[in-house]
Design a protein around this ligand. Structure first.
Ligand SMILES: [Zn+2]
Length: 107
């Protein structure tokens, strides 16, 4: 019996509900492109970016959690660990994610 496996980063699975903001920032940093142009796939898990799936499974789980807790992260100065592109992808609207347009070869 097989089902399509969604590969979440083991660090996220291990931390579960006790995940810290520092963990979330590290995961976001590892699973989103540090700079433009965005690559065709996640450098950590190999997920191929597309217009339909502009975030890898780990980033898709981490993004809403980190957005909710970003003020906690700001307090500790942890957001400064992210690059400009990673910060933009965290805080911008989903359709403006840098990885949402990699399918456009003319971009
Ligand atoms: Zn990934």
């Amino acid at each position: 019996m097989s089902s399509p496996a969604v590969k979440l980063d083991p660090r996220l699975m291990k931390a579960g509900m006790a995940v810290t903001v520092a963990d979330l920032i590290r995961l976001w940093s590892d699973h989103t492109p540090p700079a433009l142009p965005a690559p065709e796939q996640c450098r950590t898990c190999g997920h191929f970016y597309s217009a339909e799936a502009p975030l890898c499974p780990t980033a898709a789980v981490v993004r809403p959690l980190l957005r909710k807790r970003r003020y906690e992260a700001d307090t500790h100065g942890n957001l400064s660990r992210l690059t400009t592109n990673q910060t933009d992808d965290l805080l911008c609207a989903p359709k403006h994610l840098s990885t949402a347009l990699t399918w456009r070869k003319d971009f």
